[in-house]
Write a protein that binds this ligand. Structure first.
Ligand code: BDP
Length: 724
C-alpha cells in the first residue's frame, strides 16, 4: 500500500474513531465485563502484525443495508481496538483489504465452492484469503446480508483469539434455522429465574426510549448467531399483547432488526378473555379465532417481521385449550392459523398435572405423542432437554425421536435456576453438549438428539432451538463473569451442535479473560470440570429436584408436604430405611418404556458408564454394591466429598491465576467461589444429615460429619432469594 493511501486511510479512520465504550479496560474502575466476548483487547504486536494490511480498508460489494452497515462498523471497531488500525470504508477501486461480497441470486460462491454454501440457508458465509501482489486480501462472501454480518463476527472471533491469518479461510452454515433466546422477563421489570438484576427491557420507558444496552445485546447475540428473542416470560401477562405493549415490542424489534434478530412474544392463552372482552378462550370458538387473527394482524402491522408466539398452556396453572376440553393441537393450530405464513408458534411440551397420578417425568410424552401429525406445519413443539425440569443432570427427553411428524425444538436453560444461581461456577457447555449428543437409540446407528432438532430427515419446514436467557441489567449482563460463557456456549451450539464444549470454552476465554496459553488452559479446565462438581455436591448418581421449595436455592430433600406431590423433593428420591431412587423399569413406573429399545437398555444397565443416571432409573439399597465396587451409601458420600473438594481446589487454582486476570474480575470471581465453597459444604452436609436420618447408616470411615444438625438445615428459610 502506498504511503499516500496509508495516510489517507489513517485520516479517514480518525474521523471514524469510536468513543471509548463503557467498561473499557482503560476505565479507572477496571474491566467490568460489560463488553462480554466483544472486548477486542489489543493484540501483541507479534501476533497482530500479520493483519496490518487490513488498515487498507473495507469495501462492500453488494447492496448496502443497515445490516452491512453494522458489519462494517463492527469490523472497524474490533480491528481498531485489537490492531490499532483505523480501517476506512471505501469503494472497491481503492483496493480494499477486506471485501464483504454479497453473492447474487443464481451465482455460486466462487471461492468457497467446495463448502456448498447454500443460497437457501440464511446466514451462511465463507471467508477466504488471497494474495494479490504481496498483499493479502480477505473476502467474506454470503448470499444474504446477515451472512455478511456473521462472517464479519467470525473474522473478528478469529483475530481476537490471536489465531494466524493463514488459518482463517473457512465456510460455515447454521445447522439449526431458528436460534432463540427465551427471556422470562415480566412487564414490571422482574425476571423469573433471573439472577442478573432487572430486565434489560425497560418496558416503562419504551417505546420512547430504547436503551443503548439493547444495541450491545443485539451485537452480542448476532456475534454468536442468535436470531430470535422471545421478549417476555412464558408465564405470560395478557397485557403483553395490548396495543400499548405491541408498540413497545415494535421499538425493540426496530432496534434488533439490523442484527438479524426477530422478536417473538409469549402469549397467554386466555388473552381473548383477559383483555379481549370475550367470555371464553375456547380455541374452537369462531369469535376467539377471529380475535387472535385480528391480534396477529395488529402485531404484523407494527412488526412486519414478527417471529410468532411462544405458549405455555395447561402447565403449572397456566390457561390452555384443555380448559375447554380441547387438545394442545387444537390450541396451537388456532394460533398457527392466525399467524399464517408470517411466523411460527412455539408450543411448549412442559406439562404435568396435579390430578394425574402418572410419574411426572412420563406425562409430557403421554400427552404429546398421540398428537404427532396433528400440528399445523408452522407449529414447533418445544421440549426441555430432559423430562423433568432443567436439573444439573437428566437423561434426554423421550419425546426426542418419538414425534417424527412434528418439528421439535430443544429448550435449554442458560440461567442456572437449579445449578446454584449466578454465584456458582457451572459452565453449561458440557450439559448442553450432553443433551444434544445423547443417542436417542432410534435406528441402527447412533441418532443424537441434535439430529432430531436439525430435522435433517424429517422434511419439516424449519428447525429450532431455544435457551432460557440468563441476561439482566447487571453490569456484566449475566450476574457472574463465568455465566457469560453459558450464553456464549448456547449461541455457538445453536449454530453448530457439533462444536465441542471445550473448543467453545477456549474460544470464549481467549476473547474475554486472557490469551495467555497457560492461563487459558487452566481456566478451561476449571470450566470443563465445574458442572460435574455441581452434580456431585447437589444431585449425585442421578438424584434430582432436591432444591429448596419455590426459589430452588440450597438443599431441601426432606420436603414432602407441598400441595402437589410432584413438587416435593421427596417424590423424586423416596429414600427410606431400605433404599433410595425411583424404579422406572417394568416393575416400577415404566418410564423406560418411553425410550427406544436401545436407549432403554442403556438406561436399565447399572454399569459404570450409566452411574450418572443410576437413581433416576433404579431404586437401590444403601448397602448394595454398585459398579464402582463400593456400596451405594459409600459412593454417595464419596461424590458429595468430591464435589466439595473440587470447589475448594478451584478457589486455590483461581487464586493462582491472579497475575493473569485483571484485578476487578479476578476479585469478583474469587468472591463467588467463596460463596460456592460455603454452599457446596452446606449442600453436602445437609444432604448427608438427611440421608442418615432416613437410612440409619453411619458415615464411612474418614468422612467428616455434617457441621450441624438436620433440624438446623431444615429450619433455614430464604424469603428473599432472587428469581422467585
Ligand atoms: C420451572 C421454573 C418455573 C418456570 C417453569 C417453566 O421453576 O419458574 O415457569 O419451569 O419452564 O423450571 O415453565
Amino acid at each position: 500500500m502506498s504511503l499516500r493511501y496509508r495516510v489517507l486511510a489513517a485520516l479517514l479512520g480518525l474521523c471514524l474513531l469510536f468513543p471509548a465504550q463503557p467498561g473499557h479496560a482503560s476505565d479507572k474502575d477496571g474491566e467490568d465485563g460489560y463488553r462480554l466476548w466483544l472486548r477486542y483487547a489489543p493484540l501483541d504486536r507479534s501476533v497482530g502484525q500479520q493483519y496490518d494490511f487490513v488498515g487498507a480498508g473495507i469495501a462492500l460489494d453488494g447492496i448496502q443495508s443497515p445490516t452491512t452497515d453494522v458489519a462494517i462498523s463492527e469490523l472497524q471497531t474490533g480491528l481498531h481496538s485489537m490492531l490499532g488500525l483505523s480501517v476506512a470504508e471505501h469503494p472497491l477501486a481503492h483496493r480494499p483489504a477486506i471485501t464483504l461480497r454479497r453473492i447474487g441470486a443464481g451465482q455460486a460462491d466462487p471461492v468457497a465452492a467446495n463448502c456448498n454454501l447454500a443460497a437457501d440457508i440464511s446466514g451462511g458465509f465463507s471467508i477466504s484469503v488471497s494474495t494479490e501482489g504481496d498483499e493479502p486480501k480477505i473476502q467474506i462472501a454470503a448470499f444474504d446480508d446477515i451472512g455478511l454480518l456473521y462472517g464479519s463476527y467470525a473474522l473478528l472471533r478469529h483475530v481476537q483469539q490471536g489465531k494466524p491469518l493463514a488459518a482463517i479461510a473457512h465456510c460455515e452454515m447454521p445447522r439449526i434455522a431458528q436460534r432463540l433466546l427465551n427471556h422470562w422477563d415480566n412487564p414490571d421489570g422482574s425476571v423469573e429465574r433471573g439472577y442478573a438484576g432487572r430486565s434489560i427491557f425497560d418496558w416503562w420507558r419504551l417505546p420512547d426510549h430504547v436503551d443503548r444496552r439493547i444495541i450491545d445485546y443485539a451485537r452480542a447475540n448476532a456475534s454468536i448467531g442468535i436470531n430470535g428473542a422471545v421478549l417476555n416470560n412464558v408465564n405470560a401477562r395478557a397485557r403483553m399483547l395490548s396495543a400499548e405493549y405491541i408498540a413497545k415490542a415494535a421499538a425493540l424489534a426496530d432496534a434488533l432488526r439490523p442484527y438479524g434478530i426477530r422478536v417473538y412474544l409469549s402469549a397467554r392463552f386466555s388473552a381473548p378473555r383477559d383483555i379481549g372482552g370475550l367470555p371464553n378462550a375456547d380455541p374452537l370458538d369462531p369469535h376467539v379465532r377471529q380475535w387472535w387473527k385480528a391480534k396477529a394482524d395488529e402485531i404484523y402491522r407494527a412488526i412486519p417481521d414478527f417471529g410468532g408466539f411462544l405458549v405455555k398452556a395447561n402447565s403449572e396453572g397456566q390457561p390452555g385449550p384443555q380448559d375447554y376440553g380441547r387438545t394442545h393441537a387444537d390450541g396451537a393450530n388456532m394460533l398457527a392459523e392466525a399467524i399464517g405464513d408470517r411466523g411460527l408458534i412455539f408450543w411448549r411440551a412442559f406439562v404435568y398435572k396435579a390430578e394425574n397420578g402418572e410419574d411426572r417425568v412420563k406425562q409430557a410424552y403421554s400427552e404429546f405423542t398421540p398428537l404427532d401429525g396433528q400440528f399445523a406445519d408452522n407449529v414447533i413443539v418445544q421440549v426441555k432437554n430432559g423430562p423433568l425440569d432443567f436439573q444439573p443432570r437428566e437423561p434426554f427427553h423421550p419425546l426426542f425421536g418419538a414425534m417424527p411428524k412434528t418439528p421439535l425444538a430443544i429448550e435449554l436453560q442458560i440461567t442456572k435456576e437449579y445449578l446454584g444461581f449466578s454465584t456458582h461456577l457451572a459452565y453449561l457447555g458440557p450439559l448442553f453438549e450432553e443433551a444434544l449428543d445423547a443417542d436417542t437409540g432410534i435406528g441402527d446407528i447412533p441418532k443424537p438428539v441434535a439430529s432430531i432438532i436439525e430435522g435433517s430427515d424429517g422434511g419439516h419446514r424449519t428447525s429450532a432451538i431455544a435457551g432460557v436467557a440468563n441476561i439482566g441489567s447487571d453490569r456484566n449482563w449475566s450476574g457472574s463473569h463465568f455465566d457469560q460463557a453459558n450464553w456464549y456456549a448456547f449461541g455457538r451450539l445453536a449454530w453448530n451442535p457439533s462444536l465441542s464444549s471445550s473448543t467453545i470454552a477456549d474460544e470464549w476465554i481467549g476473547q474475554t479473560f486472557t490469551r495467555k496459553p497457560s492461563a487459558r488452559q487452566a481456566i478451561a479446565t476449571l470450566m470443563l470440570e465445574s458442572r460435574e462438581a455441581v452434580v456431585d455436591y447437589m444431585t449425585p448418581l442421578g438424584l434430582a429436584h432436591l432444591m429448596g421449595t419455590g426459589h430452588h436455592y440450597g438443599p431441601a430433600p426432606w420436603v414432602d408436604n407441598l400441595e402437589r406431590a410432584d413438587w416435593n423433593p421427596f417424590y423424586f428420591h423416596q429414600a427410606d430405611r431400605n433404599g433410595i431412587g425411583i424404579d422406572r423399569g417394568r416393575n416400577g413406573t415404566n418410564a423406560l418404556s418411553q425410550y427406544s429399545a436401545r436407549a432403554a437398555v442403556r438406561f436399565a444397565s447399572r454399569e459404570e458408564q450409566n452411574l450418572p443416571f443410576l437413581l433416576w432409573f433404579h431404586r437401590i439399597g444403601w448397602n448394595e454394591q454398585i459398579a464402582t465396587g463400593r456400596t451405594l451409601w459409600q459412593e454417595l458420600v464419596l461424590r458429595y466429598d468430591r464435589g466439595l473438594s473440587w470447589v475448594e481446589e478451584a478457589l486455590t487454582k483461581w487464586n493462582g491465576l491472579k497475575a493473569d486476570i485483571d484485578p476487578r474480575r479476578h476479585a469478583e470471581v474469587a468472591d463467588f467461589l467463596k460463596i460456592q465453597k460455603r454452599e457446596a459444604k452446606w449442600w453436602r452436609d445437609a444432604s448427608l444429615a438427611y440421608w442418615m436420618d432416613r437410612n440409619g447408616q453411619v458415615l464411612p470411615a474418614g468422612a467428616e460429619p455434617p457441621a450441624t444438625s438436620l433440624e438446623h438445615y431444615k429450619g433455614l428459610s430464604f424469603p428473599d432469594a432472587p428469581g422467585n
